[in-house]
Design a protein around this ligand. Structure first.
Ligand SMILES: [Zn+2]
Length: 202
């Protein structure tokens, strides 16, 4: 079976010094690069959170503090408002300098619509396809190995979508870290991904 690697949001703003830091994020770089260098994959893909300034998922766009719960989930936003992050063409939106991005065959930019967020690398939160599923199907990919940030947000939604589209999914635990905005978020995300059929590998 042909396998693909999918690197979720390995961008400066999600690392320790970024606008929306994930604790210990840089610890995954070694594992991610090992996979990138392995030559094991028929396709190596990456998602890149890529928001216009004033994006509706930003707390600042609503005059609110970051991590304020957001009630308008049906509009295609998430459950909380985020600090400004991954603004198009900013340094924060760039891939982390340690990541061997020269191995990426395809980069999917997400969250570009001002009013809609995109947690999954496959679809906007309102369901609009970003093209990744079709790309994998065209290449007859059967299994996707998922790595990246953050485990309990964009990785979580990406894995669930990959399963929905019929791919086998392995999440490489040592190559992902979570935000844990609420205590227990990481454990709950891992459990739900496994329940839906993902294999969690060290
Ligand atoms: Zn975002």
């Amino acid at each position: 079976m042909k396998e693909a690697l999918l690197c979720v949001d390995l961008q400066n703003d999600f690392y320790e010094d970024g606008a929306l830091p994930v604790e210990g994020a840089s610890e995954i770089n070694f594992q991610v690069n090992k996979l990138l260098h392995s030559g094991d994959f028929a396709a190596v893909t990456a998602s890149q959170d890529w928001h216009p300034p004033g994006h509706k998922s930003f707390a600042s766009s609503h005059g609110e503090k970051p991590f304020t719960p957001y009630e308008g989930d049906s509009e295609g936003l998430g459950q909380v408002l985020w600090p400004d992050h991954c603004v198009q063409n900013s340094e924060g939106a760039e891939f982390h300098p340690e990541i061997s991005t020269e191995y990426f065959d395809l980069i999917i930019r997400k969250g570009q619509l001002p009013e809609v967020d995109s947690y999954s690398a496959f679809r906007d939160n309102d369901g609009r396809e970003l093209g990744l599923a079709g790309y994998f199907k065209d290449l007859v990919i059967g299994k996707i190995l998922v790595v990246g940030l953050a485990l309990d947000v964009c990785v979580f939604y990406t894995v669930q979508d990959a399963l929905k589209y019929g791919f086998e999914v392995e999440l490489i635990r040592s190559a992902t870290k979570g935000v844990e905005a609420q205590p227990g978020d990481i454990a709950a995300a891992l459990e739900k991904m496994e329940d839906k059929g993902a294999v969690i590998r060290e």
